[in-house]
Design a protein around this ligand. Structure first.
Ligand SMILES: [Zn+2]
Length: 401
């Protein structure tokens, strides 16, 4: 993967390239971003840049012992800094990196047990990993775990995997002067992560460890403190819109709408488009009617129905409701003229006042969070139904904090 194939993120790309060009590569880096911003691809493209023969011939240890290393040795007098801002894409290093088969680029990611009784390691799923990274470049960990058929099992980066990482990084590199580990979602390391502290703190020479994470608060602080932090911002709405048109052949108007409600998350924009034909409005109308008018039997029936849907669909439905609430709050502040007012959004304003709407938004956000973590959907939607009833009837209760 080359930098040029990643959506936007110019300043991060520039920052990474400059580290290599000025031989100031840290041994351990933490790429931190919200999902859908391309952090994993940036890490993969960066690894390819480091092992690209054209780049490493022009800087780095290259062919001569006297050339400086990327990790901060003083340049020799005849050293010419290289100038290319992307890997060449054509050398053998690039070709292998691009297919995710370079022997000096290692990957770790959360996995589930394949055979009972054997703690899994990432390598068990390497062919699935290559397929996933190519097929769903902006996928999140939930997509990944679905992809490997984890169903309701929690992914994990096991102690066995940590031992395997230590073993891999203790070997001499094969083809590149550098050995690189890309560890995706260190949030899944838990306590086992402590095993990795030593190699992060005192890595073997010419070793680069890149962690790619979404949630700083779930990573061992001892690991964070040893890494140079690279913050990858959410994408600009305009960049998502362009990417949808160019990469996904989305029609201009749809691209604009999906980008506007994606929160800078390209995955989210794609998901919205995929579920664009769903009739969310009548699903929501049925739910609100069951909550406000028709009562418990209708509520149970509705919950049964939504529980049978896939988790992504449940999530998209809740996000739709959330966007609608935001829209209706906006309508209160900037009343639209008759012709373009969203009828449904304005009707919601008659059902709930602004503080009630905000309380609902919070509940929906929380529900999305739990759906992504495999909560029991029937229980979740039952609880949510009761909460919304109380919020709308102006008796806010907190059932499950
Ligand atoms: Zn190359």
């Amino acid at each position: 993967m080359q930098f040029s194939s990643i959506i936007a993120q110019q300043s991060v790309k520039q920052q990474l390239v400059e580290m290599v060009q000025s031989n100031r590569l840290p041994h351990a880096m933490l790429f931190l971003s919200k999902e859908g911003s391309g952090a994993l691809q940036l890490a993969i493209a960066f690894a390819q840049y480091v092992v690209c023969e054209k780049v490493s011939r022009q800087s780095a240890v290259g062919s001569s012992q006297s050339d400086p290393s990327l990790f901060g040795d003083a340049p020799t007098s005849n050293y010419q800094p290289q100038t290319s801002n992307d890997s060449c894409g054509e050398c053998s290093g690039c070709k292998k990196a691009n297919q995710l088969v370079h022997p000096d680029i290692h990957f770790s990611y959360p996995v589930v047990t394949k055979k009972s009784g054997t703690p899994p390691i990432s390598t068990d799923y390497i062919s699935e990993w290559r397929e996933f990274v190519n097929g769903y470049p902006y996928g999140n960990v939930y997509d990944w775990l679905q992809f490997i058929g984890a169903e309701n099992k929690q992914g994990n980066i096991t102690a066995n995997e940590c031992n395997d990482i230590i073993k891999k990084l203790s070997l001499k590199s094969f083809e590149s002067p550098y050995k690189i580990l890309i560890l995706w979602m260190p949030e899944y390391l838990e306590k086992e992560g402590n095993k990795l502290l030593k190699i992060i703190e005192e890595p073997s020479p010419n070793t680069l460890i890149i962690l790619v994470a979404e949630n700083e608060s779930l990573i061992l602080p001892t690991i964070i403190s040893r890494c140079q932090l690279i913050r990858v911002p959410a994408l600009e709405t305009k960049d998502i819109e362009t990417a949808l048109i160019e990469r996904n052949n989305t029609a201009a108007l749809k691209a604009k709408q999906a980008a506007a409600t994606s929160g800078g998350n390209y995955r989210e924009a794609l998901q919205q488009l995929q579920h664009a034909d769903e009739d969310w409005q009548s699903l929501l109308r049925d739910w609100l009617n069951a909550i406000l008018k028709t009562g418990p039997t209708a509520q149970t029936k509705w919950v049964e129905e939504i529980s049978r849907q896939g988790r992504e669909k449940q999530k998209q439905f809740l996000l739709y409701f959330n966007h609608l609430l935001e829209e209706s709050i906006r309508l209160r502040i900037f009343p639209a003229n008759e012709s373009n007012a969203d009828d449904f959004a304005s009707r919601i304003n008659k059902v709930a006042d602004i503080s009630q709407q905000q309380a609902i938004v919070e509940e929906l956000d929380r529900a999305v969070y739990y759906i992504e973590r495999n909560a029991n959907s029937k229980m979740l939607f039952h609880a949510l139904t009761i909460k919304l009833y109380h919020i709308i009837k102006n008796k806010i209760v907190f059932l499950a904090d």
